[in-house]
Design a protein around this ligand. Structure first.
Ligand code: GGG
Length: 361
């Protein structure tokens, strides 16, 4: 008796700018993969039209019952949020952060590695290696949304704003255990914790204290605690010394952009916003934003979105299929089929087609 095919229900939210192009590319590659699976698995997509254009029409970045409608999907496949006609804090909080925080996607995993055929500012010697995972605390920290503005002095130069960062012992501990567990699966078993605890003497000192305590349970994993400024330098100067880097919401966001630029382009970087308890859907998206300057021109690099699709397949328990996607990415870049951000002339469509063709290799 043959097993029934497993069908995964995925909510696609392309949102803004190049998000639309890269989600279409990722869907095409995933559908080709499913078609090729001989019916072993399938994807059932529903696309949601939310984003900045939707906001301009309705005054909302997503429908009022949007979270309710998303909650029974197996995953959310997201593009990018932001457009110049809507203030960035409104678009970000109204869609991407709303989903991450409401669905308790507290672990944001952002792998960074070299791809064959892609020039990197770090690849001076052939033996330079870069294979990191930045683990971003994705539920609190500097993105807790705590603070306010005292508008009484507005227009007279007297306005005051407070933005607080929230660090909880529970929040710190769970992201650190996640980082340590991940490090145990890797050849280089090391976790680097990043803070600015010399200057931020409350939340980040709690982070350091929790890190030291959690590390005691992982004696087989090497550790270090590094200030974020020093870590930025280390990314550039000693990339081979890093494996898993765990940091707060803001620090990890900045460091992962630096990491992907060092690997060759922000357009290559994949990410997973995970609810590790699986009570809610997790969300998979390229690290890059909506890039209004190149949107709609066929210049967007789809590799970050396709790499994110590979992370989604791993989450679905299909590691062999994830490996097929990653191999197709490597075959495509190695063949020199590259978009403009990585020095090539290929369009989004050219790269998508090459990725689909490479699934057979
Ligand atoms: N695909 C990622 C995305 O849309 N990012 C938009 C953005 O501005 N993000 C800021 C952040 O997540 O900190």
């Amino acid at each position: 008796m043959t097993a029934a095919p497993r069908t995964f229900r995925i909510a696609a939210i392309p949102a803004d700018g190049v998000g639309k192009e890269v989600v279409a590319a990722g869907r095409a590659v995933l559908d080709a993969l499913a078609e090729d699976s001989g019916g072993a698995f399938a994807f059932r997509w529903e696309e949601f039209p939310w984003g900045c254009a939707y906001y301009e029409r309705t005054g909302r970045m997503m429908d009022e019952d949007g979270l309710e409608r998303l909650k029974d999907f197996d995953a959310v496949y997201f593009g990018a949020v932001g457009w110049p006609t809507v203030p960035d804090h409104i678009s970000l909080w109204g869609l991407r952060l709303k989903i991450c925080q409401s669905f308790d996607q507290w672990a944001n995993v952002r792998p960074v590695h070299f791809l064959p055929g892609v020039q990197s500012p770090l690849r001076k010697a052939d033996d330079t290696e870069l294979d990191w995972v930045v683990v971003r605390e994705n539920s609190e920290g500097e993105y807790a949304g705590l603070g306010g503005r005292n508008l009484s002095g507005r227009g007279q130069g007297g306005e005051v704003a407070v933005q607080s960062a929230l660090f909880t012992e529970v929040g710190c501990e769970r992201i650190m255990r996640f980082a340590f567990d991940l490090a145990r699966t890797r050849a280089h078993k090391k976790v680097s914790s990043v803070t600015k605890s010399n200057a931020q003497q409350y939340g980040m000192v709690l982070w350091d204290d929790v890190f030291k305590r959690v590390a005691l349970d992982y004696a087989d994993v090497e550790t270090e605690s590094v200030l974020v400024d020093a870590m930025s330098a280390k990314f550039v100067l000693r990339p081979e010394d890093l494996s898993v880097v765990v940091a707060s919401n803001l620090n990890a966001d900045i460091l992962s952009d630096l990491g992907s630029a060092l690997a060759g382009s922000l357009g290559l970087a994949a990410s997973a916003n995970l609810n590790p308890e699986r009570r809610f859907p997790s969300m998979f998206e390229p690290v890059h934003g909506s890039a209004p300057d190149i949107a709609g021109q066929g210049l967007a690099n789809p590799i970050g979105a396709v790499g994110s699709a590979a992370l989604m397949l791993e989450h679905f328990g299909l590691p062999d299929q994830a490996a097929r996607l990653n191999k197709a990415i490597e075959a495509t870049t190695a063949a020199g089929i590259l978009t403009r951000d990585v020095g090539g002339t290929a369009t989004t469509e050219d790269v998508t087609k090459a990725l689909i063709d490479a699934l057979d290799t």
